[in-house]
Design a protein around this ligand. Structure first.
Ligand SMILES: NC(=O)C1=CN([C@@H]2O[C@H](COP(=O)(O)OP(=O)(O)OC[C@H]3O[C@@H](n4cnc5c(N)ncnc54)[C@H](OP(=O)(O)O)[C@@H]3O)[C@@H](O)[C@H]2O)C=CC1
Ligand SMILES: CC(=O)C(=O)O
Ligand SMILES: [Mg+2]
Length: 645
C-alpha cells in the first residue's frame, strides 16, 4: 500500500509554467485504477520529492512525508484496489477506512480545492484528466470566473451570506478564492475578516461544514503530535492559534473562535503571499465559560467550563512542544485572541524558545505606531511632544503603549521609564494610578503614574489633556460626544483611534468622530467605516488593524529564516508601513495607505523585518538576498492557475 498526500501533488509556488495534479507521471490510466487506499496518512517517512521547487520559501525536506517518490515516475503504476471503495457503501455494522484517498483526476479533481479550476480547465486538461462530460463545454478564464463570482457575491444583502459564499469557494477552488480576495481586497476584507468574521464565530456551530483547521481539545491531551499528523499538509510555516477566550470584543466564544485563525491565515496568503498549504489554523479547546454556548444544542466545542491553571498550562505546553517537534524551530506561531490573563504569560514563556508573537499585543502595537508616526506629518511635533490616553489597559492598550514608549526612548535617549510617563491608561475601574498599584495586574503596573484617581474617561481627558486618544476597551460607544468634544476643545487636530472590533464594539463611529470634532479629528478605527461627508468635505477613515502588519511581518520572518521575534522587528514593520503613506493619502485624511496596495506594502514590511533579523543575527537563511523587497515579492504565492501537463 502506498501513502499519498495531496500537498506533494503540486508546487504551490504560484509560478507560471506547467505542472501536474499528479506528483508522479502516470501513464494514462482510467480514474478507477488510480484510486488508492492509504494505511494512514503520511506514516511512510522514507521518501523524497519529485516536483521541482522554485519557490525560495518552499523548503522540502529530504524526509518529507508528503511525497511519494518511491513510485517510479516513468512506470505505469497500478495500485491496490481498496477493499471498500466508498465509505457510504458500508452498512452500519461494517468498519470502514475513513482515510481512503484518491489521486486527483476526473470527478475527484473537481472536488479537490487545491487543484480544481472549474470551467477554466482547458480542452487538453479535460482530456488528460478525465473531465470530459463532467463540465459543460465552455472554457473560461480565471478573470471571468472572478468577475462572475463578484457579481453573485454582491447580490447577497446579508454579510454572513457573503462570508459563507467565500468559505464555500475556499473549499471548492482555493486559487480562485485567493484571486478573488486579492483582486477585491477592500471589498472582501470586511467579509472574510472583521466585522463579519465576528458574527461567523458567534454562529460557527450552525454554519460549520468542513474542518478548515485543527481542533485540539482536552480530549487530545497526550496525543497532540498524533493530531498534528492528521493535518494533510507537512511543510507548515505559520500557525495561528487561539483558545477562543477573547474573540475580538465579543468575549469567550470557546471552540467557535476557530473563525479567527482561519480568517487571519487567509490574510497571510492574500495579503502577505504565504502559500496556503503552509498555513495551519488551530483552536485549543479547554471549554468555555459562555453559558449561552454551553446551553446551545448546536455548540461544537467541549461542553464544560474552561480548564485553568496547571491543566491549561500542560495542554498549551504539549501543543507548543509538539509543534516544534513536528515542524521545526522556524515555524512561526501567532497567538491570537487569548484572554489577557493567559496572553502575556504565554508570550513571555515561549518567546525565548519559539518563533512566536502575540498579534493583539505586538501586531496591534506596530500598526498603531505606524499610524501615529504618519499622523505626525499632519499634526506636527515628534512622538515625544505628544500625550497619549488609552481607554482599555489590556493586551492591545498596554502593548501599543509599550511600543510607543520604546520608540520615544530610542528617538530621544530618554529612559523607558520616563517615556512611559507620557502615556496614561484608563481601565474599567478608572485611571491607572500609583494608589491602585497593589491590585493591578502585572502588565498594568508600569503605567501606574503619580496622579490622583479619576473614575471616568471625560474627566481623564480633561485632567491628562491628551493629544492622542486610543480606544482599546472592547466596548462600543464609549467615546461619547462629550469625550470627543473634550478632545476637540483641547486640540486643533485631535488624534482619535477607535480600535475595538467588530464594528459594534468600536468606541465611536467615523461619522461621530468627524461630526463631534467639526471635521478636525484625525481618525482611524479597527473595523472599516465608509467615507464620511461633513461640511462638503469627504473624509476617508483609515483602518488601524493589525492586518496591515502580521502578513508582512510573518513573510519577513519566514523568508529570513528568523528564529526569534524581537521588538526591533515590530518597530521595523511599523516604520515600513508608515513610509507607505503618500501625500495623496494624507490629503484624504488617511494615515494608512489603502489596502488595495497591501501586497506591495507587505513586501516592504517583510523586507524591513528581514533586514532587522539579519542585523540582529537572528536570520538563518544565508546568504542575505541583496534586494530584500524583490526577494519578498518573488516569494509571494500567486493564485493564478497553473497549467497541468
Ligand atoms: N484594531 C486592531 O488591530 C485590534 C483591536 N483589538 C480590539 O481591542 C479590544 C480590546 O482587546 P484586548 O486589549 O485584547 O482586550 P483585553 O481584555 O486585554 O483589554 C480590555 C481592556 O479594556 C478595559 N475595559 C473594559 N470595559 C471598559 C470600560 N467600560 N471602560 C474602560 N475600560 C474598559 C478592561 O479593563 P479591566 O482590565 O479593568 O477589565 C481592559 O483593560 C477588542 O475589541 C479587540 O477587538 C485588539 C487587537 C487588535
Ligand atoms: C484585529 C484583532 O486582532 C482583534 O480585534 O482581536
Ligand atoms: Mg486579535
Amino acid at each position: 500500500m502506498i501513502s499519498l498526500h495531496r500537498s506533494c501533488f503540486l508546487n504551490n509556488a504560484g509560478i507560471s509554467g506547467s505542472s501536474s495534479p499528479f506528483s508522479y507521471k502516470l501513464k494514462k490510466l482510467p480514474p478507477a485504477s488510480v484510486k488508492v487506499t492509504a494505511l494512514a496518512p503520511n506514516r511512510d517517512r522514507n521518501s523524497s520529492v519529485l516536483i521541482e521547487n522554485s519557490n525560495p520559501l518552499e523548503e522540502i525536506k529530504e524526509d518529507d512525508t508528503s511525497s511519494i517518490a518511491d513510485v517510479d515516475p516513468n512506470s505505469t503504476v497500478s495500485f491496490e484496489e481498496p477493499e471498500v471503495s466508498y465509505d457510504d457503501a458500508a452498512s452500519d455494522d461494517q468498519l470502514v477506512t475513513p482515510w481512503s484517498l484518491s489521486v486527483a483526476s476526473g470527478y475527484a479533481l473537481l472536488r479537490d480545492p487545491h487543484h480544481n479550476k472549474g470551467l477554466a480547465f482547458n480542452e487538453k486538461e479535460r482530456d488528460a484528466y478525465y473531465l470530459r462530460g463532467l463540465l459543460p463545454p465552455t472554457v473560461i478564464s480565471q478573470d471571468l470566473q472572478v468577475k462572475k463570482l463578484m457579481h453573485s457575491i454582491r447580490k447577497y444583502q446579508v454579510p454572513l451570506q457573503k462570508y459563507m459564499a467565500m468559505m464555500d469557494l475556499q473549499e471548492l477552488n482555493e486559487r480562485l478564492f485567493y484571486k478573488l480576495l486579492i483582486n477585491n481586497v477592500e471589498e472582501l476584507l470586511p467579509v472574510v475578516y472583521t466585522p463579519t468574521v465576528g458574527e461567523a464565530c458567534q454562529k460557527y456551530g450552525s454554519i460549520f461544514r468542513r474542518p478548515q483547521g485543527l481542533f485540539i481539545s482536552l480530549k487530545e491531551k497526550g496525543k497532540i503530535r498524533e493530531v498534528l499528523r492528521n493535518w494533510p499538509q507537512r511543510n507548515i510555516q505559520v500557525i495561528v492559534v487561539t483558545d477562543g477566550e477573547r474573540i475580538l470584543g465579543l468575549g469567550d466564544l470557546g471552540c467557535q473562535g476557530m473563525g479567527i485563525p482561519i480568517g487571519k491565515l487567509s490574510l497571510y496568503t492574500a495579503l502577505g503571499g504565504v502559500r496556503p498549504s503552509a498555513c495551519l489554523p488551530v483552536t485549543i479547546d479547554v471549554g468555555t465559560n459562555n453559558e449561552k454556548l454551553l446551553n446551545d444544542e448546536f455548540y461544537i466545542g467541549l461542553r464544560q467550563r474552561r480548564a485553568t491553571g496547571q491543566e491549561y498550562a500542560e495542554l498549551m505546553h504539549e501543543f507548543m512542544t509538539a509543534v516544534k517537534q513536528t515542524y521545526g524551530e522556524k515555524v512561526l506561531i501567532q497567538f491570537e485572541d487569548f484572554a489577557n490573563h493567559n496572553a502575556f504569560d504565554l508570550l513571555a514563556k515561549y518567546s525565548t524558545t519559539h518563533l512566536v508573537f502575540n498579534d493583539d499585543i505586538q501586531g496591534t502595537a506596530s500598526v498603531v505606531l505606524a499610524g501615529l508616526v504618519a499622523a505626525l506629518k499632519v499634526v506636527g511635533g515628534t512622538l515625544a511632544d505628544h500625550r497619549f490616553l488609552f481607554l482599555g489597559a489590556g493586551e492591545a492598550g498596554t502593548g501599543i503603549a509599550e511600543l510607543i514608549a520604546l520608540e520615544i526612548s530610542k528617538q530621544t535617549n530618554m529612559p523607558l521609564k520616563e517615556a512611559r510617563k507620557k502615556i496614561s491608561l484608563v481601565d474599567s475601574k478608572g485611571l491607572i494610578v500609583k494608589s491602585r498599584m497593589e491590585s493591578l495586574q502585572h502588565f498594568k503596573k508600569p503605567w501606574a503614574h503619580d496622579h490622583e484617581p479619576i473614575k471616568n474617561l471625560v474627566d481623564a481627558v480633561k485632567g491628562i489633556k491628551p493629544t492622542v486618544l486610543i480606544g482599546t476597551s472592547g466596548v462600543g460607544k464609549t467615546f461619547t460626544k462629550e469625550v470627543v468634544e473634550a478632545m476637540a476643545a483641547l486640540n486643533e487636530k485631535p488624534v482619535i483611534f477607535s480600535l475595538s472590533n467588530p464594528t459594534s464594539q468600536s468606541e465611536c463611529t467615523a461619522e461621530e468622530a468627524y461630526t463631534w470634532s467639526q471635521g478636525r479629528a484625525i481618525f482611524a478605527s479597527g473595523s472599516p467605516f465608509d467615507p464620511v461627508e461633513y461640511n462638503g468635505r469627504v473624509f476617508v477613515p483609515g483602518q488601524a488593524n493589525n492586518a496591515y502588519i502580521f502578513p508582512g511581518l510573518g513573510l519577513g520572518l519566514i523568508m529570513s529564516g528568523a528564529i526569534r521575534v524581537h521588538d526591533d522587528m515590530l518597530l521595523a514593520a511599523s516604520e515600513a508601513l508608515a513610509a507607505q503613506v503618500t501625500q495623496e493619502n494624507f490629503d484624504k485624511g488617511l494615515i494608512y495607505p489603502p489596502f488595495r496596495n497591501i501586497r506591495k506594502i507587505s513586501a516592504h514590511i517583510a523586507a524591513n523585518v528581514a533586514a532587522k533579523a539579519y542585523e540582529l543575527g537572528l536570520a538563518t537563511r544565508q546568504p542575505q538576498p541583496q534586494n530584500l523587497v524583490k526577494y519578498a515579492e518573488n516569494c509571494m504565492y500567486n493564485p493564478a492557475y497553473q497549467s497541468y501537463r
